[in-house]
Design a protein around this ligand. Structure first.
Ligand SMILES: [Zn+2]
Length: 164
């Protein structure tokens, strides 16, 4: 393959990666695996089903525990390997936290509400006003193409949480 052809192929691949439609359901996630040529093993399906049911961010350990509680037999290694494969292909979300990684079902860009008292992370889709983005661009000289906001707060009032 000539150099130019190779470059064009790379360009096309990039374009494809960008134009993939957002994953909005378990079915979309399974379809995306097929598009990417990933085998949908029983274990891989278990993990995707759980993340779409749970609708929250879970650690590999929690995913392992929950699946085994449901009577779905899956080994530790299989959980870790599948999470790695799914997140590296952009089918699931992976958040790096100081205490480890968490996985979620939504893979396209979104924002998070971090509950300080419950330690939960909730997904929200926030759209900033166009003016605001222009302002950030003017201040930094960077053309903004994507963003994700972290909100922090208490689910229960602080007085109530003392009793917990
Ligand atoms: Zn998330």
């Amino acid at each position: 393959m000539g150099k130019l052809t190779q470059q064009l192929t790379n360009l096309n691949m990039q374009k494809q990666a960008i134009s993939t439609k957002p994953i909005r359901s378990l079915e979309d996630a399974l379809a995306q695996c097929q598009v990417l040529g990933m085998r949908v093993s029983r274990q891989r399906r278990f993990i995707l089903e759980l993340l779409w049911q749970a609708n929250e961010h879970l650690s590999a350990r929690e995913i392992y525990d929950r699946l085994n509680q449901q009577g779905k037999e899956i080994g530790h290694t299989s959980v870790y390997q599948n999470l790695e494969a799914l997140s590296s292909q952009g089918i699931i979300e992976c958040i790096e936290r100081c205490d480890g990684r968490l996985y979620g079902n939504i893979s396209d860009s979104h924002s998070h509400v971090n509950c300080i008292d419950t330690n939960q992370i909730l997904d929200v889709h926030i759209e900033l006003p166009e003016d605001f983005i222009r302002q950030v661009e003017q201040q930094t000289g960077v053309r903004i193409t994507d963003y994700s906001i972290n909100f922090y707060g208490y689910r229960n009032s602080r007085e109530n949480s003392v009793n917990c």
